[in-house]
Ligand binder design. Structure first.
Ligand SMILES: [Zn+2]
Length: 355
């Protein structure tokens, strides 16, 4: 079955983790043996060969760079211009992968339909994976002229904030509203028909964004607060608002967001019995709330600065997303529901957003 994954940080892995994603996950892990600069060294689960093996023919792939004011505790660039340049470097890698036939950029209904048709009818030869360009945290938008340029480069979705305070909104573990800058960003996103990614917005910024933005909204990688209580997750009233607006919410596969009481660096997927079944609990919560299976889908974040140490124990690589259909079926989901979750919801959302 085709899979659409709405959240991967592919270029961050290429440019900051120094991973050549054309190589298999196993080759990359071997190359990282002995490296200790990042917690997920030697434990990656995402690379192009495994995406192809798992029939992940389409993904939303990010640009990501934070700006930090003096005294901010999080790592980041000291100017928005530096953050912009970082994202342009990341984009240069996506372009190089397009030139290599590894990726193809999807920007409208025509390119989406062309790609899906070609993917379905591909032969044994390597076929480019479709990607939709997204921005996680909008700090790199120096001003709205940069937003125009980014749109021309194919940018189609923006999450205004990531972790901490951002230029345009407050994100995870922070609190505050979107302010005048955030409102200006949302107004221009609406004008350009850029999708608002509600993931990572803190509660206050979330509700302000919902009030001021009248365009398309999705949540690329978010789980439910009622199952794991953290501000990074959506409370039921936020889920209700998203459902009402026709949003699709991508269930995320980062351990601490799937089950409560996960202790980073101490808990292991094996010690906690963490499995893909746990993400289905989050899907199910949203499906029960919506009364249908039209608002949940996949947004794994499996290369978001973690690897096997924080991934369900029944997954070796991203290719094992193919275990989801049978697990959903065991839970009583029909074939139609399962197809909605695996790929149809994202595709329907995009076609509707771009028509
Ligand atoms: Zn994220």
């Amino acid at each position: 079955m085709l899979i659409v994954d709405a959240h991967l940080d592919l270029s961050m892995n290429a440019m900051e983790w120094n991973r050549d994603l054309r190589q298999s996950v196993f080759h990359i892990r071997e190359r990282e043996q002995g490296m200790t600069d990042k917690p997920d060294r030697g434990k990656g689960t995402v690379a192009f060969p495994e995406m192809r093996k798992g029939n992940i023919g389409l993904c939303v792939a990010t640009l990501i760079a934070r700006y930090v004011k003096p005294g901010y505790p999080l790592p980041g660039w000291h100017s928005q211009e530096q953050a912009w340049a970082q994202t342009q470097g990341q984009l240069a890698w996506y372009r190089a992968m397009e030139a290599e036939g590894e990726l193809t950029q999807i920007t409208d209904v025509a390119s989406l339909e062309r790609h899906l048709h070609a993917w379905e009818n591909r032969g044994e030869e390597k076929h480019p994976i479709g990607y939709i360009l997204s921005l996680e945290g909008a700090d790199s938008m120096v001003n709205m002229g940069y937003l125009e340029r980014a749109y021309e480069q194919g940018l189609r979705a923006i999450g205004p904030a990531h972790y901490g305070p951002g230029v345009y909104a407050y994100g995870t573990d922070a609190s505050g509203g979107i302010g005048e800058k955030g409102k200006e960003l949302l107004k221009n996103m609406e004008r350009l028909n850029i999708i608002l990614d509600a993931t990572h917005l803190c509660d206050e910024s979330f509700w302000e964004a919902m009030d001021h933005f009248h365009g398309q909204v999705w949540a690329s990688h978010s789980n439910c607060r009622s199952l794991v209580n953290h501000n990074r997750q959506f409370a039921d009233e936020q889920l209700k608002e998203l459902i009402q607006r026709g949003a699709v919410i991508g269930g995320v596969l980062d351990a601490w967001m799937m089950i409560p009481q996960w202790v980073r660096g101490k808990s292991t997927p094996e010690s906690e019995g963490l499995s893909l079944r746990h993400v289905i609990d989050h899907y199910d919560h949203i499906c029960q709330m919506a009364g249908n299976s039209l608002h949940v889908a996949i947004g794994t974040d499996m290369d978001g600065a973690f690897g096997k140490e924080q991934t369900p124990a029944d997954m070796e690589t991203i290719a094992d997303l193919q275990n989801l259909p049978s697990l959903l079926s065991e839970r009583g989901y029909t074939t139609e529901d399962i197809e909605n979750i695996m790929f149809r919801n994202w595709i329907r959302f995009l076609k509707n957003a771009w028509t």
